[in-house]
Write a new protein. Structure first.
Length: 264
């Protein structure tokens, strides 16, 4: 039988006392399309700690070490770094990426490396780290896609390599489940601007969202698509409890070819 291990892009070495920062960093890296080896999600009851960590380091493309007063005094972090640096020396390629989380005494063997500095700006530190990892999803590209400006969105999407477009599309679709109304509307606008292959089903689903603003944008885009098959949901929204949604539904109703309304 073949190995069941999943190859990861990024192994995180850190002190458990910095777990809150590492949890956030892991989420953000995952959102950028980076597959992260994090002990909280990789380790299972009964696993050999030493064996799993060695496998994780061996199978990762990069090892990021979170530098803080806690980690530089951690025996486990020291062991992980020793393994990582041995691999780096053997391959003669950069493997260890320092992540400066808090002011600390940087280990001597890392002092000549440039680091991603998270001390004063988390966003800047993340951007610096992602530039090096080069994941399929770039934060600055995603920012343009969620700008709400159809012209910017279309131009940005056209500039994305064909093999990477599905990563961005998947992220936009995931944003439709966000708790943020702003994010949901931005994702809807982007999916409409790029004419996502499943746009219709997403619009029909979001037309029943709990947010009136999301319903309004959804029915507006259904109208812009001249989606005659959406006459049912558009008709329902003519009686929506939000006047803004009802207004958008009336305009969409005309565009999808509904019978003339008696009172407009």
């Amino acid at each position: 039988m073949g190995s069941s291990r999943e190859i990861k892009d990024f192994f995180i070495s850190y002190s458990g006392k910095d777990a809150e920062f590492v949890a956030k960093l892991t989420r953000d890296l995952n959102s950028a399309g980076v597959k992260v080896w994090w002990d909280k999600t990789e380790m299972k009851v009964g696993d050999s700690l030493h064996q799993k960590i060695q496998e994780g380091i061996r199978d990762a493309a990069w090892l990021g070490v979170v530098l803080s007063p806690h980690s530089v005094s951690s025996a486990w972090v020291e062991k992980e770094l020793s393994s990582a640096l041995a691999r780096e020396l053997e391959s003669r390629q950069v493997f260890v990426l320092p992540i400066l989380y808090r002011d600390c005494q940087v280990p001597l063997f890392l002092k000549d490396k440039l680091y991603a500095d998270f001390r004063t700006s988390y966003d800047l530190g993340l951007e610096t780290l992602l530039e090096r990892i080069d994941p399929p999803i770039k934060p600055q590209v995603l920012k343009k896609l969620t700008s709400g400006d159809p012209a910017i969105i279309a131009a940005c999407f056209a500039s994305i390599k064909g093999e990477h477009r599905h990563f961005y599309c998947d992220e936009l679709v995931n944003m439709l489940a966000s708790s943020s109304v702003t994010e949901k509307i931005a994702a809807l606008t982007a999916l409409f601007a790029i004419r996502h292959k499943d746009l219709t089903s997403h619009l029909l689903r979001m037309a029943r969202d709990s947010s009136a603003s999301v319903r309004r944008f959804s029915v507006f885009y259904l109208g812009e698509m001249r989606a005659s098959y959406a006459i049912g949901i558009v008709s329902e929204l003519l009686s929506d409890n939000s006047p803004e949604v009802r207004s958008a539904a009336r305009e969409a109703y005309k565009k999808v070819g509904g019978p003339k309304l008696h009172a407009e």
